[in-house]
Design a protein around this ligand. Structure first.
Ligand code: PLP
Length: 425
């Protein structure tokens, strides 16, 4: 399905890495080709998808949203119902199963907001693999709920203290680890980017989303007018779009983070923004938010999963050719979409996915009522309560946090007293 040609999608992609990483990347590519043609491997993957991830995920018709928006029929692909709450598990399980077949005992991954780390930690727990997640120290501090979950799944979370101590430093550290331990270790990269063959591998494992949509629409005789997905690195969108790329229709729309405005540092718009340029960063050629010297520019989004300076090379190519349209959605529009779908359909979108929801709200009237817009709800919004509550109900949330701190401090006093009395005894 629109795979790369020697690792390139038109001019984007490639494998710009140090010599030490060429061998593990080549070995991975060979194994990937072999196992994607291996019936036993595919049957095992299929079973895990069904029983562990919970596939297929529903394609939900949204009657109230359809009526209120007054245009296309609105359908929502509920990836948020996948185990662990988002699409990232599709890739994590696929790569971990592949690594196991390759005889690797140890998995490493990078994570920013913690969602990919969490999915990889869960996949490793399920498949009995050792797991280390590299995470910038700043992110470790900001994303404690996900760190706690990764540790529950038995992963070691390694705080990265170099550079800006965020996602790109975590990627560098994971690459370094892989280069040092290629024989027993597999690096599970989290989105459809990085050096070849990762963009092909991640698209392939995420294409289960688009294949299900195609089948579900055919079974129910749904005519698709447009498909909308949010774009961080690009894994949920490219997986969702992939069976449709080689066709002229439907419209494929990527929603990137418009943040709080158009200025540098106010968004993460790599395809629609005016601060983005071509470059080669972290092993691949694509569009990035970088300055003339190739240094990364600050990014901003209310959704941690869309707040990344790069975009997958295949999406950059599809944007250039015009097959995929891009639009930027502001933080306020995403928040409004969270509220809209929660109230009218009983579906709580992740903030990332709400960018797709907001884009659908905007274009619903452009598409005739006999056609459908399909929104990929890449994840569910439970994880965002620490971000949405301070916006929607700031006073009660502050009271809650104060009360929690008091409760914990009181519990600590009780704990300390217990330790003291134990010592006396
Ligand atoms: C990580 C994440 C994204 C963005 O990543 P892609 O690789 O662009 O899919 C989108 N939605 C959710 C729920 C995520 O966790």
């Amino acid at each position: 399905m629109a795979a790369s040609v020697d690792g390139f999608f038109d001019e984007y992609g490639g494998k710009y890495v140090a010599e030490v990483l060429r061998r593990p990347l080549d070995e991975l590519e060979t194994a990937f080709r072999k196992y994607m043609a291996d019936k036993e491997f595919l049957a095992e993957l299929e079973l895990i998808r069904r029983d562990y991830i919970g596939r297929e995920t529903p394609l939900y018709f949204a009657p109230t949203a359809t009526r209120l928006l007054g245009g296309a029929q609105i359908y929502i692909k509920l990836e948020g119902l996948a185990n662990t709450g988002a699409h990232k598990i599709n890739n994590a399980i696929g790569q971990c199963l592949l690594a196991k077949r390759m005889g690797k005992k140890r998995i490493i991954a990078e994570t920013g907001a913690g969602q990919h780390g969490l999915a990889t930690a869960a996949a490793c727990a399920k498949l009995g693999l050792d797991c280390t997640v590299y995470m910038g120290e700043v992110d470790v501090r900001r994303q404690q709920p996900n760190v706690a979950a990764m540790e529950l799944y038995g992963a070691k979370v390694f705080p990265v203290r170099s550079g800006s101590r965020t996602l790109k430093d975590a990627v560098n550290e994971a690459m370094r680890d892989w280069a040092a331990h290629p024989d027993d270790t597999h690096y599970v990269l989290g989105s459809a980017l990085g050096p070849a063959p990762f963009p092909d591998i991640v698209r392939e494992f995420q294409s289960v989303i688009g294949k299900e949509v195609k089948r579900q629409c055919k079974e129910r005789n749904i005519q698709i007018g447009a498909m909308v997905a949010c774009v961080g690195g690009g894994s949920n969108s490219i997986g969702f779009f992939s069976p449709f790329i080689d066709q002229k229709e439907p419209r494929l729309i990527g929603a990137e983070a418009g943040g709080i405005g158009d200025g540098v540092g106010q968004n993460a718009s790599r395809m629609t923004g005016n601060a983005s340029r071509e470059g080669i960063v972290q092993g691949y050629k694509s569009r990035f938010l970088i300055d003339e010297d190739g240094q990364s520019l600050p990014t901003r989004s209310i959704s941690a999963g869309l707040d990344y300076m790069g975009i997958g090379p295949q999406l950059a190519a599809l944007g250039s050719s015009g097959r995929v349209e891009f639009t930027a959605i502001r933080d306020t529009e995403a928040l409004e979409a969270v509220r809209f779908f929660a109230r009218n359909e009983g579906i709580l979108f992740a903030l990332e996915s709400a960018h797709a929801g907001a884009a659908a709200i905007k274009i619903a009237k452009e598409i005739s009522p006999d056609k459908a817009i399909i929104i990929n709800m890449s994840g569910r919004g439970d994880k965002d309560v620490f971000i949405t509550s301070p916006v929607f109900r700031p006073k009660s949330w502050l009271q809650f946090l104060h009360a929690e701190i008091e409760r914990l401090e009181a519990a600590k006093d009780i704990h300390d007293a217990a330790v003291m009395s134990e010592k006396k005894e």
